[in-house]
Design a protein around this ligand. Structure first.
Ligand SMILES: Cc1ncc(COP(=O)(O)O)c(C=O)c1O
Length: 401
């Protein structure tokens, strides 16, 4: 068989380690084991019924044809209006471009900005897709270590990392995988530090609505226009409204950047599904019902987090601080490395074979020695996972990490 002649750009990209872990879980399940899968990066809730009904309404209205590549007007208008009302942001619908999920928003933003050889700053631990997009653009990922500040990026770290080759910073808060949230004042300083040096900032705000009380949420869409010239927000409906399969997100960027985003998108996906755009526009117009649905999910994630983190800290050799957002616990398992295990991947393998509990190895996020536990799953599953892990690793009395 002739092997496929893959392009250099794509051959340099790595497959997603999060998908690999999910595949291992599926393989065990097929063998008849009761697997607890804590790898999932998506809500375990169904999409709210009223949003499904809006999609049906869109279909009945005949919204089954192409829309503008930027997205249909009601969609871009509803984003601008929602951000104005909720966050006090003042950008125009012309600064919004609909995309097929946050992932495509990020991809479009990177592809319209980066040239081969550009340096892109990415704080560790990072979401797996960031460096792969950079690789696709033939640019260089330059990683910023943040363990010293408990995985919360600071403006000083960014200032130290910027060089004349730096073109872009990609920042994700609330963060996947750490669940940490960069405080608003620090985030502003980070962006200002970049803009001062002519460095662009891509803020992945896909977990914007998942910051636990009394946490603050910051969207860079609220920055003044002269700063936003350098900023692109990647937003998504996937996690917010538990609609990962609908594939809908958006960018918020200057009109000149948006023009290029539209040009690129017009030659690829063209636009996200017409009646999905309609459903999302209607959901944002009905902000009170939508936000009530989000609050209900957030409250449940918070309940799980408050139970899970102390429970993880009772397991011998595990250490985990309290995340302020998203739905992940990023656990330091270096306490169990040594004779039995040399890397966190070995710990994850051991958990898989001995406890049929699947988590994602931190190495894929640039943090060997850590494991990511998703708590977008039932309390029952979390309980079972902790019981099983307690058996194989042993326990100690709960301590604050
Ligand atoms: C940090 C982060 N950004 C972006 C995405 C992309 O989500 P979507 O393309 O479904 O909007 C994800 C999904 O897991 C994510 O975790």
């Amino acid at each position: 068989m002739v092997s496929f002649s893959v392009s250099d750009r794509v051959s340099k990209m790595q497959s997603s380690s999060t998908f690999k872990a999910a595949q291992s879980a599926a393989a065990l399940r097929e063998q008849g084991h009761q697997v607890i899968d804590l790898t999932l990066g998506e809500p375990d809730f169904d999409t709210p019924q009223f949003i499904k009904e809006y999609a049906w309404e869109g279909l009945q209205k005949g919204l089954t044809k192409y829309t503008a590549s930027s997205g249909m007007k009601p969609f871009t208008e509803s984003i601008a209006e929602f951000y104005r009302h909720r966050f006090g942001a003042s950008f125009t619908p012309a600064e919004v471009v609909a995309s097929c999920g946050g992932k495509q928003a990020l991809f479009n933003a990177a592809c319209t900005l980066l040239n081969p050889g550009d340096d892109v700053l990415i704080p560790k631990p990072y979401w797996v897709t960031f460096p792969e997009i950079v690789t696709f653009c033939e640019a260089n990922s330059v990683f910023i270590e943040t363990e010293e500040t408990d995985f919360v990026l600071t403006a000083d770290q960014v200032k130290d990392a910027i060089t004349d080759k730096t073109k872009l910073l990609i920042v994700n808060s609330p963060s996947n995988p750490s669940g940490r949230v960069i405080p608003t004042a620090e985030m502003r300083k980070i962006i200002e530090a970049c803009v001062e040096r002519g460095v662009y900032v891509l803020t992945d705000e896909c977990y914007l609505f998942f910051a636990y009380p009394p946490g603050e949420v910051f969207t860079s869409a609220t920055l003044p226009p002269e700063i936003r010239e350098y900023v692109c927000v990647a937003g998504s409906f996937s996690k917010t409204f538990a609609m990962t399969g609908w594939r809908i997100g958006y960018t918020i960027a200057s009109q000149s950047w948006s023009k290029e985003l539209i040009k690129l998108q017009s030659h690829s996906a063209t636009h996200p599904t017409s009646f999905v755009q309609y459903a999302c526009a209607r959901a944002l117009e009905n902000a009170s019902e939508s936000m009530a649905a989000v609050q209900a999910m957030l409250a449940e994630y918070e309940r799980r987090r408050d139970w899970l983190i102390p429970a993880l800290n009772t397991i011998d050799g595990f250490k985990c601080g309290m995340p302020e957002g998203a739905f992940y616990a990023f656990v330091d398992v270096r306490g169990v490395l040594g004779d039995r295990f040399t890397a966190s991947a070995d710990v994850a393998d051991y958990m898989l074979t001995e406890a049929h509990t699947v988590v994602t190895d931190g190495a894929g996020f640039g943090a060997d020695g850590f494991l990511r536990f998703s708590y977008a799953t039932s309390m029952e599953n979390l309980n079972t996972a902790i019981e099983r892990l307690s058996k194989i690793f042993g326990t100690r009395s709960a301590t604050a990490a």
